[in-house]
Design a protein around this ligand. Structure first.
Ligand code: G6P
Length: 471
């Protein structure tokens, strides 16, 4: 365990190491063997930051400075609107969703009124399922709803399609004041959303140009949604800044949390662990696993390395939830192929507790539960799963947060972002692009008739000619 004096985030990597029960774990020397590579990674990442890049870290102080303006707007609209809906996808949706679920309400307010405050209820429309889209529109009163269109590129078909529908609908129901129901978060200079926002007078927030979607939660992408829904964004950034400082200033694999995490990931990958299971034991962190999945998949899943050599690297992220998936996936983790590394995410303490009643008339085999609490049961199950996996020779690690607080969530986000950046260095790939999604996007443009993509349309038509169907 790394003792962290000031913070409340602990990495417990006992389950990754060799032990009496698991001879297949790593030795300290294995980790130390990576130190020179990690030092090189640290030098490269610092150089990148010093040259004005690596913005997810570099721009944190600037984001802090922007908070007064952002929070003033957030307070103003929170007093006016009952509902706040994000229109965005990928990095423009998963971060806001994860933070909201972690800190505001386990079920992100969709079905339950917010009992914490009179802040707006929070919704995300990322997918373009027409039924869900229409049904949410029927439930929310447009006059009491604020829509936040979030798109870094301003070109994403899903988000732009939703925006066009919502704009029409707001014009219909709110008349000339429709623009007051739309706030846009996009690049300062580029993309199709920007000129529309300027022309129609939408309130606008800027996504700094060097930050990619999956690294953008602690920019107005996530900060605005969080502030509107009453999350302490200053604390969120304070936690992020603390973890950022720690990672930048600490040296050595046993002291630097990002070095340790990336070294464990890299070594496990070298040992054939091609799957990374992210398994929170907290309902509030369930969507954090979605955010992590995009971060890990898009950043590290690369066909070529930086020299142009074909490498096909990556580690497939899998989302799981404890204890639920103990009853669904853990069988595979314990006895299936030894190709997974499992990261548990747990709390030291839940914000509430629930006792289990005692009933001495019950059969003896159930009586042991009486007088305990649900969290005792949950912690026992988590620990027992660790034990069982260790006995089965399967590697696992654990991130422990003292509690679900904005400070800890800020720390967690930065830890995972830095770990990903380090992994990019260890793999010698560009962790900040995603060329593999372009072909599909261009194909969609072709099929949907966007000018300039006629050749794609034709190619897809030809590709689709020979079918193998069973009807
Ligand atoms: O924020 P946007 O530009 O609309 O992008 C939304 C998403 O689009 C793409 O599919 C990218 O692969 C993602 O990395 C990105 O987060």
């Amino acid at each position: 365990m790394i003792p962290m004096e000031t913070s409340k985030l602990i990495i417990d990597y006992t389950g990754m190491m060799v032990s009496e029960q698991n001879s297949k774990g790593f030795a300290k020397e294995d980790l130390l063997g990576l130190q020179s590579k990690l030092d090189e990674a640290q030098t490269n990442l610092h150089a990148l930051r010093d040259s004005g890049k690596l913005d997810f870290s570099l721009l944190l102080p600037e984001m802090l400075a922007q908070l007064p303006e952002l929070c003033a707007y957030a307070d103003e609209v929170a007093a006016k609107f009952e509902n706040f809906v994000v229109l965005g996808i990928g990095g423009s949706a998963l971060g806001p969703l994860a933070v909201q679920q972690a800190l505001n309400h386990y079920y992100y307010n969709e079905l339950l009124p917010d009992q914490r405050s009179n802040r707006p209820r929070f919704y995300v429309l990322d997918n373009i399922d027409p039924v869900r889209f229409k049904e949410l529109g029927q439930v929310l009163d447009p006059r009491k709803t604020l829509y936040n269109v979030i798109s870094k590129s301003g070109n994403t078909s899903e988000t732009m399609a939703q925006f066009l529908i919502v704009r029409d609908y707001l014009r219909h129901f709110c008349g000339e004041s429709y623009a007051d129901h739309i706030v846009v978060t996009t690049d300062q200079q580029k993309g199709n959303l920007l000129p529309i926002a300027l022309k129609e007078g939408f309130k606008r927030f800027v996504i700094p140009s060097g930050i990619g979607g999956r690294f953008s939660e602690l920019t107005p992408v996530g900060l605005l949604a969080a502030a509107i829904c009453g999350i302490d964004v200053e604390q969120l950034l304070a936690g992020a800044l603390e973890m950022d400082r720690r990672i930048r200033e600490t040296k050595g694999v046993f002291a630097n949390p990002a070095q340790l995490k990336s070294a464990l990931s890299y070594l496990s990958w070298q040992k054939g662990k091609k799957i990374s299971v992210f398994m929170p034991y907290v309902d509030g962190l369930k969507t954090m696993a979605d955010w992590y999945a995009q971060l890990w998949a898009e950043s590290l899943g690369k066909r070529y390395d930086r020299t142009g050599k074909a490498v096909s690297l990556g580690q497939t992220p899998v989302k799981a939830l404890g204890v639920t998936d103990q009853h669904s996936q853990v069988q595979l983790y314990a006895e299936g192929p030894d190709d997974k590394v499992i990261t548990f995410l747990t709390l030291e303490e839940f914000k509430d507790t629930q006792g289990i009643p005692v009933d001495s008339a019950l059969p003896e085999d159930i009586q042991f539960l009486g007088g305990k609490t649900l969290e005792e049961l949950l912690f026992a199950e988590q620990k027992a799963t660790e034990y069982a996996l260790t006995l089965a020779g399967r590697q696992h690690q654990k991130i422990i947060l003292s509690a679900l607080t904005p400070f800890n969530i800020g720390q967690l986000l930065l830890l995972l972002e830095w770990e990903t950046a380090y992994m990019g260095e260890l793999f010698n790939i560009n962790a900040f692009d995603q060329p593999g999604v372009e072909e599909g996007k261009n194909g969609t443009y072709g099929l949907m008739g966007r000018a300039g993509y006629e050749a794609k349309k034709q190619a897809i038509k030809e590709f689709g000619q020979e079918r193998h169907l069973l009807e």
